[in-house]
Ligand binder design. Structure first.
Ligand code: ADP
Ligand code: MG
Ligand code: MG
Length: 882
């Protein structure tokens, strides 16, 4: 017996998403809780996978199961598929486990042909409706299955409208529509060389195969890549009896969210169109009505819809995105799913559902995708700024963006890749524009509502969008847009504000973000739940303050090289490097000492009460010297002038030193604690500066926790030696100042040997901090810049590596060294504190791993602190659940 490939809606349930896809599983669930869902069945994702495994052939037994399932629908509806008096019509809808909007356009009204259309006209006594359905079917089937260009059908429809002298398709008469049908059929014959298939069973078979094929069309592949959806899970196919929103003015179709997907506010939010079918609302063909006006149009239906949407939200315990159709005053539900939402909405919905007692704090935390919070921590338009507002559309996706306007997705992508900031401006977008949307800063459309393709995709990607801005007259032929009589060419700088819908000429000043009340509340819950501490990487008091504002519990990495780069200090730093003897060098260091002391004083003070981990000098010294080319040019010029002997000498000395310091491979060269080994006086000065700042602050009554961190250690002896240098500085300062203060000394673990000998290293360390940028470089033998610029893309493309290891921690390789480091280190030194300060410290997946291997803290850039707090809480929730 063959596998079960076909499930009637009443045989499935919500938990069967893997097999039935998200849409199919939810249609089944809604059927079983008694909602008005038109009957139908789902062909499993397994059938799709078998189809590919069989070299694109229908799996055996599938077709045999479809007949009885169709029979079941016939019985339920009292109609017959292909019957010329009372024909059953169906929709064919794709639906993978994860929603992939617009992967394959749905085919509606399947089963119509020259005979059944007459039956439909007679049985409904509505020839206009019957031919409208027929022409829609041929168009969708022609476009999706036979791959005849969409716009060729549109042209025929436009001609019919012109001929009848009307604006909208809904105004075409039955006669006109008959003409359109004939035109469509001729078009298909011309383009495909065969007539339009009239046999309903053939239509169904071809449509099902087209859905399977669509799993591997370009836009589906791109969508999966962007959203990290696996390629091998396949799509299900839903076959469902039609209900008709295009039967007249007591019929219609719409889409609604149970809460506002932009803000999260608890109000029904959506749109509908009367006398319209399926895609009309989302495709932005006519501009739809807000859902609220349905109340005026038909109060009973509105009330029923409100009740249904409330019960769906209660059932799924999350905000729902619902598709519905009204057929002659009766409501049908065609789809529900957890609604896509902006980051602010995600937070507000989760927090409010928790307050309403629907979900727990843990669930609220788990509902937020930490990466999505990025957009909240970004900038928005300065409301004080004077703006030249030239148009207004719908606020479809919040946030603000400025860029050069372009009218084509390919062009947006091309310019985007060169680093240009662009706004994609279109009448409406389709799934074929995805790559352009991805490359653009924001989207502006002249048609379509809040649920149009552009709006949905932009919200999901966290890009600002203004839609339905009807004042725009876009001229694709000349690449211009005209607004109120003024014409702007491609490349004009515009700004859009997706929060208010404003379109602005020119660039606009932006301001820094603040956390909403709900966000703060959610972070409060995260703090109760997480066990990992979250610290920040900051090199100056301003960043340290920002980190505090965002809730950082200290500084996990304070780099000191930026302090040396200060233009006022560079001459002194160079003097120190060029010194021939120790006494000479000490003269220069003595000048740097008070400057460094001020640096540390400022940071320790802002972070009073929290640890501040200060890393001693790390980069190779030549980074502080001018580069060879510049020097050679200067020297040549000076020689030609011939009158500035002294300057020439200085430059020549400098050049010799630069050449002497130049390295074959600076990443593996004379840097990190190797500097401290060869020039202990540099580290001694830095340690002294830290402790002098500490002594001052203690005297002023501050509670401070300096932690001195030695970089790039490979051997316990390096650390032991530099520990002694540091301790001596501490003792000296305490004696001089007559105060005591606590401090610790630790090391970064960023070379495999340090991790492998962590038991030895730990005997000289109070803490370890994994420097995973370097640890990834040294473990993989990649230099990051070369890898990312040259060969890493090929590794990702060919699936040799799943992620960029510099963005997402390589758990199996680098992670194994970390695990070993933690374990060996704690065995030798049970009190050892362990954290991470590489960029991975701000990446949610890497944070989860850090939690799992028992780190004490993660440290990341200040603006990622809230993301890290949430990710740490999620890691705690999911490890508790196991
Ligand atoms: P998508 O996954 O792109 O949203 P859908 O399969 O949900 O595609 O269908 C697209 C549109 O067609 C929706 O508006 C839906 O409501 C409508 N539709 C699908 N099936 C039917 C049906 N049986 N009767 C009426 N409308 C339908
Ligand atoms: Mg849908
Ligand atoms: Mg390093």
């Amino acid at each position: 017996m063959s596998k079960k490939f076909v499930y009637l809606f009443r045989e499935g349930q919500a938990s069967m998403r893997d097999l039935l896809g998200g849409k199919g599983a939810n249609l089944a669930e809604m059927t079983n809780i008694g909602l008005p869902v038109p009957p139908g069945f789902t062909i499993t994702t397994e059938a799709c996978n078998d189809y590919y495994a069989l070299g694109r052939n229908l799996p055996e037994g599938l077709w045999e199961q479809i007949g009885p399932a169709l029979g079941d629908i016939e019985k339920a509806t009292g109609k017959k598929f292909g019957d010329k008096d009372n024909p059953l019509l169906v929709s064919v809808r794709s639906g993978a486990k994860f929603s992939m909007p617009g992967m394959m356009d749905t085919i509606l009204n399947l089963g119509l042909n020259d005979e059944t259309v007459e039956g439909l006209a007679a049985s409904t006594q509505n020839a206009r409706f019957a031919y409208d359905s027929y022409r829609r079917f041929i168009q969708m089937f022609g476009d999706v299955v036979l791959e005849v260009e969409h716009h060729e059908f549109e042209r025929i429809l436009e001609e019919a409208k012109e001929k009848q002298n009307v604006n909208y398709d809904s105004e075409l008469t039955a006669e006109s529509l008959k003409g359109v049908v004939e035109g469509y059929k001729r078009l298909i014959q011309r383009r495909t060389g065969s007539p339009f298939p009239l046999e309903p069973m053939k239509q169904l078979e071809q449509a099902i195969l087209a859905v399977f094929r669509s799993w591997n069309n370009d836009r589906a592949i791109v969508y999966r890549r962007i959203n990290s959806i696996p390629d091998n899970i396949g799509t299900a196919v839903n076959v469902q009896s039609m209900v008709f929103g295009n039967m007249g003015n007591d019929s219609g179709t719409g889409v609604a969210f149970t809460r506002n997907p932009s803000t999260g506010e608890r109000v029904l939010y959506g749109e509908y169109l009367m006398n319209a079918q399926g895609e009309d609302v989302v495709a932005g063909i006519r501009t739809p009505q807000p859902i609220k006006s349905l109340e005026d149009e038909n109060q009973a239906i509105y009330a029923q819809f409100v009740e249904t949407s409330n019960s769906l939200e209660a059932h799924y315990r999350d905000m729902q995105d619902i598709e519905f159709t009204i057929e002659r005053g009766r409501l049908y539900i065609l789809q529900t799913r957890n609604g896509k939402r902006t980051a602010p909405a995600a937070i507000r919905v989760a927090v409010e559902l928790c307050r309403e007692g629907v979900i727990s704090k843990e669930e609220a935390i788990a509902r937020i995708e930490p990466g999505q919070l990025d957009q909240l921590l970004h900038r928005r338009m300065d409301s004080e700024a004077k703006l030249e507002v030239i148009a207004k559309g719908l606020p479809a996706s919040p946030g603000a963006a400025s860029g050069k306007i372009v009218f084509d997705a390919d062009e947006a992508e091309r310019l985007g890749h060169t680093g240009e900031k662009v706004l994609l401006v279109r009448t409406e977008t389709t799934p074929d524009d995805i790559h352009g949307i991805l490359a653009a800063q924001g989207i502006l459309t002249s048609r379509g509502g809040m649920t149009s393709h552009a709006a949905v995709v932009a919200r999901h990607m966290g890009k600002p969008a203004v839609c339905g801005c009807e004042a725009l007259r876009i001229d694709y032929a000349h690449n211009t847009v005209t607004i109120d009589g003024v014409t702007y060419p491609e490349g004009t700088l515009f700004s859009i504000d997706g929060t208010t819908g404003r379109v602005i000429k020119g660039a606009v000043p932006m301001i820094d973000p603040e956390l909403s009340e709900e966000f703060k509340e959610l972070l409060g819950w995260a703090d109760e739940i997480r066990t990992l501490k979250v610290l920040a990487n900051a090199d100056n008091p301003r960043d340290a303050q920002k980190a505090r504002d965002f809730g950082a519990q200290g500084i996990g990495l304070c780099r000191t090289e930026h302090m040396f780069m200060d233009p006022a200090r560079i001459p002194i730093v160079q003097e120190m490097i060029l010194a021939q003897t120790l006494p000479e060098r000490e003269v220069a260091l003595a000048k740097l000492l008070p400057m460094q002391e001020e640096d540390f004083y400022g940071i320790l003070k802002v972070m009073a009460g929290f640890p501040v981990t200060i890393r001693l000098l790390d980069p190779p010294l030549h980074e502080f010297l001018p580069n060879v080319e510049e020097l050679v040019v200067d020297i040549t010029k000076l020689k030609l002038q011939g009158d500035r002997e002294e300057e020439l000498n200085e430059k020549e000395v400098l050049l010799r030193k630069v050449r002497a310091l130049s390295e074959m491979n600076p990443m593996l060269g004379h840097r990190g604690c190797r500097l401290g080994i060869t020039f202990p006086e540099i580290y001694a000065m830095q340690a002294r500066a830290i402790f002098q700042a500490a002594a001052r602050l203690v005297k002023e009554g501050y509670e401070i926790y300096p932690e001195v961190m030695i970089p790039l250690v490979i051997h316990v002896k390096e650390l032991a030696k530099l520990r002694k240098v540091t301790e001596e500085a501490a003792q000296t300062v305490m004696a001089e100042q007559g105060v005591t203060f606590a401090y610790t000394i630790g090391t970064m673990i960023e070379v495999p040997r340090a991790a492998l000998t962590a038991d030895e290293v730990a005997t000289a360390a109070d803490f370890f901090s994994f420097g995973t940028n370097d640890l990834t470089q040294t473990t993989l033998g990649f230099s990051r810049d070369d890898a990312e610029g040259k060969f890493l893309p090929a590794y990702l493309e060919q699936n040799i590596l799943e992620h960029n290891p510099f963005a997402v921690l390589d758990r199996i390789g680098v992670g194994k060294l970390m695990k070993m480091g933690v374990q060996l280190g704690r065995e030798a030194n049970p009190g050892l504190k362990v954290g991470i300060c590489g960029e991975h410290g701000g990446d949610p997946s890497s944070i989860e791993f850090c939690h799992q291997i028992g780190l004490n803290y993660v440290s990341c850039s200040p603006f990622r602190v809230p993301i890290a707090c949430l990710a740490a809480a999620q890691a705690a929730v999911s490890s508790k659940g196991q």
